[in-house]
Design a protein around this ligand. Structure first.
Ligand code: SF4
Length: 372
């Protein structure tokens, strides 16, 4: 019986020309993520899903590791299409190897033998049709690292845009100028994980800070809506100095960027650290506010973090969007994205009408037309 690697090697096509460079001796350089791997003939890149055969770079195509219907608040996007259903798909593999990964079954599928999930064969039309049937407003590539499977995501996003859906990435942000240019015409929303502001700690996770910081700057310049998430892990990145450095960096890009500081719980290989206490999250959120960010949220501990689940007007401090966990409890943004009291513009992508939230919890759709 074929193993997972062999199954995935049948679901490939050649990389987009923009995301590869032919080198000498049949080697190819991949530009899909910040590692920019030079890959020898017969080898795979760090992510294990993009590989060189005979001087041709092959990349994942034609499958998903899974699909799920999520409230958009779970991605999390708090300033985009509030209350919308985000139809979410993931492939397999990642270019980092974070010990606390909460999607490790899909992200580490080719590195860790205990992370086993068979692929589901799909076409872009299948995915978009299923998303529309579920009532989705947004289609999101998530669960694994979407940059390393960018070609397939874009094939789906082209179909999604034609059907009137918005599109988004939930990503570690380890991008390159090449992959961001490739994505930019087809993507509306982009969530970046800013995991640390310390180069050594990024190395522990398998990455570097510089390409991630650069990705945040470039996405903002390109006009793609970004929200940033920092999973606050006690003893790893929760010092006042490090949280302040992250917040200062975000302010230097734009004080309008929402920053979500979220609670860690023991997962995967990182089981030594304590779970994040509510006081730690509130401390992190207060640092963000004090540093000058206009919108800071504390996530994963609903009901324990005071006002940090809600969106407040930066002008008159009126409540704009009330939330409890993923549930939107009230909504007061005008049709043109302003505070209804003082009329100041609220950064984000707002629908003209707030529709009733279809779900405030994730669920698995019936995947008619998709097959293992
Ligand atoms: S996506 Fe990143 S890790 Fe994978 S081959 Fe390309 S550069 Fe290397």
């Amino acid at each position: 019986m074929a193993n997972l690697q062999q199954i995935l090697e049948r679901h490939v096509r050649e990389a987009a020309p923009e995301l590869q460079e032919k080198l000498d001796r049949n080697r190819v350089r991949c530009y899909s993520c910040g590692h920019c791997c030079p890959i020898a003939d017969g080898q795979a890149g760090v992510c294990k899903v993009r590989f060189n055969r005979g001087g041709v770079l092959y990349v994942p195509w034609g499958y998903v590791g899974g699909v799920q219907c999520d409230p958009i608040e779970k991605k999390p996007f708090f300033h985009a299409f509030c209350g919308a259903l985000a139809y979410s798909f993931g492939m397999l593999g990642c270019d980092l190897h974070c010990g606390y990964c909460q999607n490790w079954v899909t992200s580490q599928a080719l590195r860790d033998p205990s992370a086993v999930i068979p692929p589901l064969r799909v076409t872009p039309e299948n995915i978009v049709e299923d998303a529309l049937n579920q009532g989705a407003r947004v289609l999101v590539s998530t669960y694994n690292e979407p940059l390393i499977t960018a070609e397939w995501a874009i094939a789906i996003f082209k179909e999604a845009r034609a059907a009137g859906l918005a599109t988004g990435f939930v990503s570690n942000g380890n991008g390159t100028p090449q992959v961001l240019e490739y994505l930019s015409p087809w993507i509306d929303l982009y969530k970046v994980d800013l995991k640390s502001f310390n180069e050594q700690r990024y190395h522990q996770l398998g990455g570097r800070l510089q390409p991630i910081a650069e990705t945040i700057r470039r996405l903002h310049k390109m006009g793609i809506w970004i929200e940033i998430v920092t999973l606050v892990v006690p003893g790893f990145n929760d010092s006042n100095e490090e949280l302040t450095a992250m917040a200062e960096f975000l302010v230097s890009v734009s004080p309008d960027i929402p920053w979500h500081v979220t609670a860690f719980h023991k997962d995967y290989k990182m089981t030594g650290a304590r779970d994040t206490a509510a006081e730690t999250l509130v401390r992190a959120a207060e640092i963000g506010k004090k540093t000058g960010l206009g919108h800071v949220y504390a996530g994963n501990l609903p009901g324990e973090v005071g006002d940090f689940e809600n969106t407040w007007c930066p002008g008159c401090h009126e409540l704009l969007v009330g939330r409890s966990g993923y549930r939107v409890t009230s909504y007061h943004v005008t049709a043109d994205g302003r505070c209804r009291k003082c009329a100041i513009g609220i950064p984000g992508r707002w629908d003209p009408v707030f529709r009733r939230q279809l779900t405030d919890h994730p669920y698995l759709p019936a995947t008619a037309g998709l097959s293992r």
